[in-house]
Design a binder for this molecule. Structure first.
Ligand code: FAD
Ligand code: NAG
Ligand code: NAG
Ligand code: NAG
Ligand code: NAG
Ligand code: NAG
Length: 469
């Protein structure tokens, strides 16, 4: 057996089965260093092992995972598992005997000659992919924030503003190079290993480490490669009209729309209502597509046609790492105006707490036409047929003494959404979920996923992100 596979196997064992195997290896008094040091020479020269979780700062420090060691891999062979470090899920349960594998250095991106295909490594972040796509006169469907891992976000489904044209991120995957729980490297696609292919597209973090992925890419000449977007500011008495209009919009493939409750920030923390329209096309066509929103009467407008490599820049402030951000979220079939009034009242009163001025409420509306060419059972992502909007309450603060208040606020807001979500069951996109149950994130696909988990990861080695074991 090749020595690197041996390494991966040991690493996986130590990493993801702490309660059973690591216990027996370490006999209760585990010194990770003793186990890992001999392995260092097997890694490529630029890889490293750091015995402190602070080596990998995360987007939210609320209940963040604190492994005993972080392995920074440098080649696909060194293998991995934590790309951009953004997930806020409350299901991480790493202890001092556990390891995080940091893929961040695996960020190579290669387009084929006619730009219909791109291969990206497992640690690539969205900004790197978009910049490269723009230089290559192409688009690749990704999420909307530059700092997020391409694979981390895609493996849960992959929602973003190119969805209306091209479908979910998982709909654009062509093949995946993975390392399994047994430490075996495989190439997986719709023909080879169809079960794994199904499970990886929606529940990926539970089934394998993806070292690289080949995705569809769409050639677009530079002058057309961009979108009209920005913010419209509204007075709070327009909330009902806005919510009703957004709910009624028949979002065409070129369109997406976000509604935010935000604050002007310290010292006043005045709450404001913002709408971010997005249109893949000209400014004129964009304004016309959103004419029902304009007719409500924004008090200020900051919109512009923006090249593709800058369309995500508006969300850069949300990318800031650190602080405490326990996000509660809910998928919705529809928006209900009285619910949004009640949530406004919750938000305004939460903002009175000192130190929470960066907190926001948001809802994202995407055109679902392309995603609905496939059914909920076509992949592990279970909500493309029912969910039209993704809503999130994001408290953001720095003092843990606010935790209880922030959690109560987020939970109340989520209950309000769910009380009028127009859905038969709680349905939260796994990548936006927090303390949610397996059935809330996996929906009707849960039984099949559990069955596949028993086959492909029987020891539950990948059990940190909404576990299936
Ligand atoms: C500011 C912000 C904006 C966001 N915007 C969007 C958006 O527009 N669309 C969207 O769909 N989501 C979005 N998300 C949610 C995002 O998809 C999740 O937070 C996701 O889990 C982040 O992945 P990561 O790799 O950055 O984080 P990490 O914490 O590194 O990874 C999250 C999980 O995925 C696993 N993982 C990561 N890479 C791999 C890999 N290569 N192979 C196997 N498992 C892997 C990790 O092990 C971990 O369990 C956003 C999040 C933030 C913080
Ligand atoms: C290690 O990193 C350095 C600096 O980034 C780089 O120049 C070198 O090529 C890398 N070595 C290998 C073997 O990848
Ligand atoms: C692009 O190139 C690939 C080979 O890399 C080929 O299979 C495909 O048919 C080409 N597509 C177009 C539209 O030219
Ligand atoms: C986007 O690309 C243009 C070149 O067309 C470049 O001038 C600009 O700096 C890029 N923007 C960012 C944020 O990289
Ligand atoms: C956090 O809040 C508590 C309670 O209000 C206060 O006593 C403490 O000084 C604060 N800590 C910081 C670092 O501001
Ligand atoms: C849905 O979630 C709410 C909390 O937001 C919870 O009270 C309710 O019991 C859940 N419903 C189901 C069917 O799980």
């Amino acid at each position: 057996m090749h020595s690197l596979f041996y390494f991966v196997h040991i690493l996986s064992v130590v990493s993801w089965v702490p309660s059973i195997l690591a216990e027996s290896i370490c006999d209760g008094a585990c010194q990770l260093g003793t186990i890992l040091k001999p392995l260092l020479p097997l890694l490529s020269p630029n890889a490293s092992i750091v015995y402190s979780s602070s080596a990998a700062p995360r987007w939210s420090e609320f209940d963040e995972p604190t492994p005993g060691a972080v392995v920074n891999v440098a080649t696909e062979h060194d293998v991995l598992v934590t790309a951009g470090g953004n997930a806020w899920a409350d299901t991480f349960n790493l202890g001092q005997k556990d390891i995080t594998i940091n893929l961040r250095a695996l960020n190579r991106i290669e387009f084929n000659q006619n730009r219909t295909r791109v291969t990206i490594q497992g640690g690539t972040i969205i900004q790197e992919l978009i910049n490269s796509a723009y230089l290559n006169d192409a688009r690749v469907p990704t999420g909307n924030s530059n700092c997020v891992g391409v694979l981390g976000s895609t493996l849960g489904g992959g929602v973003g503003r190119l969805m209306g044209l091209y479908g979910l991120g998982i709909d654009n995957l062509m093949s995946l190079n993975i390392v399994t729980a047994q430490g075996i490297a495989l190439q997986v696609d719709a023909q080879k290993f169809p079960d794994l292919w199904w499970a990886l597209r929606g529940a990926g973090a539970n089934f394998a480490i993806v070292t690289s992925a080949t995705m569809k890419s769409y050639p677009v000449a530079k002058p057309e490669n961009g979108a009209w977007t920005g913010s419209l500011v509204f007075a709070e008495d327009k909330i009902e009209a806005l919510v009703d209009s957004i709910n009624r919009l028949d979002l065409q493939p070129e369109m997406a729309i976000f509604l935010y409750y935000a604050s002007t920030g310290p010292p006043n923390n005045n709450p404001i209502v913002l709408v971010n329209p997005y249109y893949i096309g000209t400014t004129e066509d964009g304004k016309s597509a959103f004419s029902t929103i304009y007719s409500i009467g924004p008090v200020a407008e900051m919109t512009a046609w923006t090249p593709y490599n800058e369309t995500n820049d508006g969300s850069n402030p949300f990318c800031v790492k650190g602080g405490r951000k326990p996000v509660h979220s809910a998928g919705l079939a529809r928006l209900h105006a009285p619910t949004w009034r009640a949530i406004w009242n919750e938000y305004v009163s939460f903002l009175e707490t000192p130190g929470v001025g960066n907190s926001i409420i948001l809802v994202e509306g995407y055109s679902m036409y392309a995603a609905r060419r496939f059914s909920d059972s076509s992949s592990a992502y279970p909500f493309r047929e029912t969910v039209n909007f993704h809503a999130a309450a994001m408290p953001w603060y720095y003092n843990s003494s606010i935790d209880a208040q922030a959690l109560a606020f987020g939970s109340r807001v989520r209950d309000l959404w769910r009380s009028t979500d127009g859905l038969e069951q709680n349905s939260t996109y796994i990548n936006f979920a927090f303390d949610d149950s397996p059935s809330t994130v996996y929906g009707e696909n849960l039984p099949k996923l559990r069955e596949l988990k028993r086959i492909y990861d029987s020891l539950g080695q990948f059990d940190q992100f909404f576990p299936l074991s």
